[in-house]
Design a protein around this ligand. Structure first.
Ligand SMILES: [Zn+2]
Length: 179
């Protein structure tokens, strides 16, 4: 998404409009991490009469800004509805075939996004793709295993698996940074 440059001196006023949290997901942002962790989001997209002035600006994670893109509100709501359904099937229910498929599609999407930013070609790209796919599939298996016989939610199990393996945690965080 095209990001409109915002004057440095306007950034604090925008940042503190939400008390420094992403207006999309609510994640706590770090002011000094401008450009890397957060950006100024056009609440109403530029091309749909969104004005380029600070009443129309809110802070957002780089990831949320990319995911929100410039969809219409109706589309965002559909995305959220679908997301709620997919999240229940894929990350809450246990032993769901549809859920398995959803997680596989989710991993494929993460790999695709990561590869796009890596800009590799030929065999290098193939190798990296295979590596990322295998790593994420392995992580999935480990999280599933951790949830077996417990009432753990997906995220709690994921945190536990990642806490035991710092290399995996770094690789996972890296993949999740891309939209
Ligand atoms: Zn966010």
């Amino acid at each position: 998404m095209r990001r409109v440059p915002v004057k440095r001196e306007d950034r604090p006023a925008i940042f503190y409009k939400t008390n420094g949290v992403c207006h999309v997901c609510g994640r706590k942002l770090t002011f000094d991490d401008y450009g890397g962790g957060w950006v100024v989001d056009h609440v109403e997209p530029h091309h749909r009469r969104g004005i380029s002035s600070w009443p129309n600006y809110l802070p957002a994670c780089v990831v949320c800004n990319g995911l929100r893109w410039s969809y219409r509100p109706e589309t965002i709501q559909r995305i959220l509805r679908l997301g709620v359904i997919a999240n229940l099937a894929g990350f809450h229910s246990k032993n769901s075939k549809v859920g398995e498929k959803i997680r596989e599609m989710y991993r494929e999407r993460l790999v695709k996004n990561r590869l796009r930013t890596l800009n590799l070609t030929g065999d290098k790209r193939k190798r990296e793709k295979a590596l990322l796919k295998a790593r994420l599939a392995d992580l999935d298996k480990r999280v599933i295993k951790r949830r077996q016989g417990s009432d753990k939610w997906w995220d709690a199990a994921l945190d536990q698996v990642l806490a035991k393996d710092t290399d995996l945690k770094a690789a996972y965080d890296e993949v999740m940074r891309h939209v």
